[in-house]
Write a protein that binds this ligand. Structure first.
Ligand SMILES: [Zn+2]
Length: 194
């Protein structure tokens, strides 16, 4: 319902009801058109996520049978390879999208590589950037995500505002939340970007 958000049209997404900030969406639409002209289909598979939605993602993983007998800290670290604690996800901001596949291996396929190479070459013209890049150069936090693109004209000031306003203790109200401080969620994960 927020006036700065808009629902993503069906032709751009595999989901039924997802939203982005208007400016990010308008820029995505231009990028989508340019990609289509180059024979590439960009499909949004995730966009804005609320705290409660992120909490359901996190807790569904937290409760997976494979973690039986694990130390809580190791469970959290394992989930944090690719998923954020609620309250610390860039998807809360309305500026970030996941495109085409949530599997890095897909981006090595012929279609995936063509799409990824096009994005690396062109996304910046539309304000989009891959923030979770290779960790070879010492970037901390989440593993590389070739699908996650951030609309930087809004996301960059959002990160500044986040850093000024949010404290570890406010990352709370979900399973494992008390680990946020010792895992340095804000320093290593929220700020662990390219
Ligand atoms: Zn994402």
């Amino acid at each position: 319902m927020h006036p700065e958000f808009v629902q993503i049209e069906a032709k751009y997404t595999s989901k039924t009801e997802i939203y982005l900030r208007k400016e990010a969406y308008q820029s995505f639409v231009r990028m989508h058109k340019a990609a289509a002209e180059a024979g590439i289909q960009l499909t949004i598979i995730s966009a804005t996520r609320s705290f409660s939605y992120q909490k359901s993602i996190w807790e569904n993983k937290w409760d997976r049978p494979k973690y039986m007998g694990w130390k809580k800290i190791d469970v959290a670290k394992d989930i944090l390879k690719y998923s954020s604690m609620p309250g610390s996800s860039r998807h809360h901001w309305g500026t970030d999208i996941d495109l085409n596949s949530l599997d890095n291996a897909w981006f090595d396929s012929a279609r995936g590589k063509k799409m990824y190479d096009w994005m690396c070459e062109n996304a910046a013209k539309y304000g989009f950037k891959q923030v979770y890049t290779s960790k070879e150069n010492g970037r901390q936090g989440y593993n590389e995500e070739k699908w996650h693109w951030s609309y930087m004209p809004i996301a960059a000031p959002m990160l500044d505002a986040y850093n000024k306003q949010i404290k570890s203790a406010e990352i709370a109200d979900f399973k494992g939340s008390t680990l946020a401080d010792s895992l340095q969620i804000i320093q290593k994960y929220v700020n662990g970007i390219e």
